[in-house]
Design a protein around this ligand. Sequence first.
Ligand SMILES: Cc1cc2nc3c(=O)[nH]c(=O)nc-3n(C[C@H](O)[C@H](O)[C@H](O)COP(=O)(O)OP(=O)(O)OC[C@H]3O[C@@H](n4cnc5c(N)ncnc54)[C@H](O)[C@@H]3O)c2cc1C
Length: 300
Amino acid sequence: MPDPFQSLRGIGDATAQRDVLMANCTTWKVGGPARFMVRAGSVGAVGETIKVAGDLGLPLLVLGRGSNILVSDRGFDGVVLCLVGGLATVRADGELLVAGGGALLESVVVEACDSSLCGLEFMFGIPGTVGGAVIMNAGAYSHWTAEVLAEARTVNEDGGERRYQRFDGKYRQALVPEGEIVTQATFHLVADSVELIRERMNEMRDRRRANQPLGMASAGSVFKNPPGAHAGYLIDRCGLSGRRVGGAVVSEKHANFIVNRGDATASDIRQLMGLVSGEVRSRSGIQLELEVKLVGFESG
Ligand SMILES: Cc1cc2nc3c(=O)[nH]c(=O)nc-3n(C[C@H](O)[C@H](O)[C@H](O)COP(=O)(O)OP(=O)(O)OC[C@H]3O[C@@H](n4cnc5c(N)ncnc54)[C@H](O)[C@@H]3O)c2cc1C
């Protein structure tokens, strides 16, 4: 049996590390160690990582900015794959904006603005990556990633490259088949003046500042909005704002956010999620569905 770390270190155009604390890689700032982390800078390196992890019998987790996941305190006993370098670049090409799967949404929105391209302002302030946005169909203020996505390129579980150009944009549902790794997205935008685009970006930022506990560690909305209702409203109506488990607290500013006071564990957050969904179910009969992804838990 080859030494797993040596095999991962042998992947071209990538770097590998051992025992990387996931608390340092997620916006909730919780989570135990990942056994291995590979930072891949090309599609070839992604394909090779899939193959090496498969040969070693290790599960693979693609990580963007870690702004929509809860990693357990035990961590992840496998390979965490991050997209960097050539897979995190952004460039404008006429009315198209081409971005690597690992590019931060903030740099994508700023590049669009600098290139006088409008359509991505709604993403301003969503602290994720392009890959995470395609997987979550990230959206805000009645706009969604699917609306502006012209093409997504992926690598599938066999290491084969795929391209998609039609998207069935459902609320918080992946825009590419499950298990595929988003390496690039092309957005189709519209020309507009830089001043107007910047104005709309500032408007988005101000709305977020007014309604979200931005100074505290969180993963944004914990639960999906059920059809015709707002999860935050349902949670608040049950008197759960301010409810605590250990260092995890239901935000009093936005009840669908669970914030880390600074000393929360993933277990605190998981327990508080259970408490909230249990109360909402028993008081309103509505079963809330998690928006955040669970990693390293028995049920996730
Ligand atoms: C303060 C705050 C505000 C937020 N506001 C919003 C909002 O307004 N709207 C909204 O939609 N979300 C919001 N979010 C949630 C989050 O930012 C989005 O869901 C974002 O799209 C997640 O991107 P990420 O790169 O952080 O993904 P991660 O959290 O790293 O991963 C999420 C999932 O996507 C998968 N994934 C990540 N990258 C790839 C890839 N390249 N290929 C395949 N799979 C991949 C992961 O495996 C995981 O299953 C907010 C979060 C915070 C902390």
